[in-house]
Design a protein around this ligand. Structure first.
Ligand code: 6PG
Length: 246
C-alpha cells in the first residue's frame, strides 16, 4: 500500500484538528471549478466537532452553501428522529446552523425498506453526480474509522467489500445486528478527495495497523481504500496518531 506521509496531518487535539479541516474543506470548495460541490458526510461521534466548527461564522460565511450538495457515506436504518440517525447528528451539529437550500440535502431515508432505499439512493447519486470509470464521483468524502478497521458501514470481511458495480448496499453491524446502508468501496475510491478524521486513544491501535504496518486486508476495510489511492488524507489528533509521532 502506498501513501504519502505528507497526507497525514496530526493535531494537538480534536478542536485544533476541526479548525484545520474546516479550512481545508473551504480550500477544496474554492479550488473546485464545478457549479456544485458534492460532500459525502461521515457518521458516528468523531466528526461532530468538525461539523460544529464548520458551522461557525468564521468558516460558514466563506462557503457558498448553494453550491454544496450533502450526501451521507452511510446511515443506520432508523427514523431520522432517532438518536442513532447520522442525519439527525448532522442536522443538529451543522444543518440547523447554516443557510442551505433543503434541495441540497440528500439524506439516506433510514426509515424506508433498506433494499428499496439502497436502490433509490444509488439512482439519485448516479443522477446528480458526474461519472468517471462508470462510477459517480464525489468531490469530497469524509470517513471515520472504527477500532475494528471498518469505515462507513463497510465491516470486516463483509460481502459488501466485494461489490463492484453498485453505488450503495445494505450492511449489517456485526455486533449490534443493526441494518445499515453504505456507500461501497469503488465509489469511495472514485472520489476526488477522500479524508479520514480519526481521534482518541482507542483508535491508535488500528491507526498503527493501517498506517505503520500497512496491512491491506479485508479485516480492515479502511485499508482497502488505500490500496489503489495515494492521495487519501488523514486528519488525526495526537491520541489517535500517537503511533506515528516520533
Ligand atoms: C457510523 C459511521 C462509522 C463511524 C465509525 C467511527 O455510521 O457509525 O459511519 O463508520 O465513522 O464507526 O465511529 P466514531 O466516530 O463514533 O468512533
Amino acid at each position: 500500500m502506498n501513501y504519502n506521509k505528507e497526507n497525514i496531518n496530526i493535531f494537538k487535539n480534536p478542536q485544533i484538528l476541526a479548525h484545520n479541516l474546516a479550512q481545508s474543506f473551504i480550500d477544496e470548495i474554492d479550488t473546485n471549478q464545478s457549479d456544485k460541490f458534492s460532500f459525502a458526510l461521515a457518521g458516528g461521534n468523531t466528526p461532530q466537532i468538525f461539523y460544529k466548527t464548520l458551522s461557525l461564522d468564521q468558516y460558514s460565511r466563506n462557503i457558498n452553501w448553494n453550491r454544496v450538495l450533502f450526501f451521507w457515506g452511510d446511515e443506520r436504518c432508523v427514523s431520522p428522529e432517532s438518536n442513532d440517525s447520522n442525519y439527525k447528528m448532522v442536522k443538529e451539529s451543522l444543518l440547523n446552523n447554516i443557510e442551505i437550500p433543503s434541495d441540497n440535502i440528500h439524506r439516506i431515508k433510514g426509515e424506508h425498506e433498506p433494499h428499496r432505499e439502497t436502490r433509490r439512493y444509488s439512482d439519485l447519486i448516479s443522477k446528480l453526480l458526474p461519472s468517471e470509470n462508470d462510477l459517480p464521483v464525489f468531490d469530497f468524502i469524509l470517513l471515520g474509522l472504527g477500532t475494528d478497521g471498518h469505515t462507513a458501514s463497510l465491516f470486516p470481511d463483509s460481502n459488501n467489500l466485494a461489490i463492484k458495480n453498485e453505488v450503495c448496499s445494505v450492511a449489517t453491524h456485526p455486533e449490534s445486528g443493526q441494518t445499515r446502508i453504505t456507500l461501497n468501496l469503488p465509489v469511495i475510491m472514485n472520489a476526488r478527495d477522500v479524508v479520514f478524521m480519526v481521534t482518541g486513544k482507542k483508535k491508535s491501535n488500528i491507526i498503527k495497523k493501517i498506517l505503520i504496518n500497512r496491512k491491506v486486508t479485508s479485516h480492515y476495510p479502511a485499508s482497502l481504500v488505500l490500496e489503489k489511492r495515494e492521495n487519501v488524507r488523514w486528519f488525526l489528533d495526537n491520541e489517535a496518531g500517537s503511533p506515528l509521532i516520533k
